[in-house]
Design a protein around this ligand. Structure first.
Ligand code: ASP
Length: 256
């Protein structure tokens, strides 16, 4: 039996092609993706597509969008063996991380990928990112995790960070090994990959937006700290400190 993979298209650079008349990049009709990537016809799996709304730049991602994605995975969970989410790179790490906490007891691969160059550009990385992401989603080595696949590496979704906009290796994994490397062969690091859970998938929803991040830097004024700290309804403040948790001791704010 061929494996079934659902591709969920959300937007980002990967879905853009050059409009030769206007000489601008425009989102292309994803239903015609096999015209852009004929290789997809030769993959040893059945591929279906889902694109719910207008393709968006991932800077517009909101928690409600993560809930939409989790709902699609939940509804189609029984029908498909794996999922590939095509997403802009700018907030891909946030979406991957959020989904990894929303999809408890995930037993199937959910692979996010995108590209640095649009699909319609000759040197694009979109094709190889997409093709290998589909191969991982349909692989017999099941990676029951939310992952990011980019430039030959498979990362755990909640450990990844985008660190460059100009090179093809846009992501790296913080404090956790790479789950797989796609060279001539696909090499999985089985010790790093989560075990398949025996329990049923549980989807968590209900994000709070009453959270802020405060980055400490030399020159940060008491007014800025005060303004963020006294935001109405704020329930959580993540403070990005120096080194192992140091912050200036001079601000009165900390004394409160
Ligand atoms: N601005 C784009 C996005 O995140 C960049 C990309 O896809 O690489 O949607």
């Amino acid at each position: 039996m061929k494996k079934k993979v659902l591709i969920i298209y959300t937007g980002g650079t990967i879905g853009m092609v050059r409009d030769h008349k206007t000489r601008t990049l425009v989102p292309f009709n994803f239903k015609a993706i096999t015209d852009q990537i004929p290789e997809l016809r030769h993959l040893n799996c059945n591929i279906s597509f889902h694109s719910s709304h207008r393709p968006m730049d991932s800077s517009n991602v909101q928690p409600s969008f993560w809930e939409e994605l989790a709902t699609i995975v939940e509804k189609k969970y029984k029908t498909y063996d794996g999922f590939v989410i095509l997403h802009g790179t700018d907030t891909m790490a946030y979406t991957a991380s959020a989904l990894s906490y929303m999809l408890e007891n995930l037993g199937k691969p959910v692979i996010l990928t995108g590209s640095q160059l649009p699909l319609g550009v000759i040197r694009t990385d979109a094709k190889r990112n997409l093709i290998t992401a589909i191969e991982i989603a349909a692989s017999t080595t099941i990676v029951p995790e939310v992952c990011v696949y980019f430039n030959s590496q498979l990362f755990r979704g909640n450990r990844v960070e985008k660190f460059t906009s100009s090179k093809f290796d846009a992501f790296h994994s913080l404090n956790y090994p790479v789950l797989a490397e796609a060279g001539v062969e696909m090499v999985f690091d089985h010790r790093a990959i989560a075990l398949k859970p025996r329990k049923k998938l549980v989807v968590h929803r209900g994000f709070s937006k009453d959270v802020a991040i405060l980055k400490i830097f030399p020159g940060l004024t008491a007014e800025v700290i005060e303004a963020i700290g006294s935001t109405k309804g704020l329930r959580g403040l993540i403070i990005e400190t120096f080194g192992s948790g140091n912050a200036p001791t001079t601000h009165k704010f900390w004394e409160r």
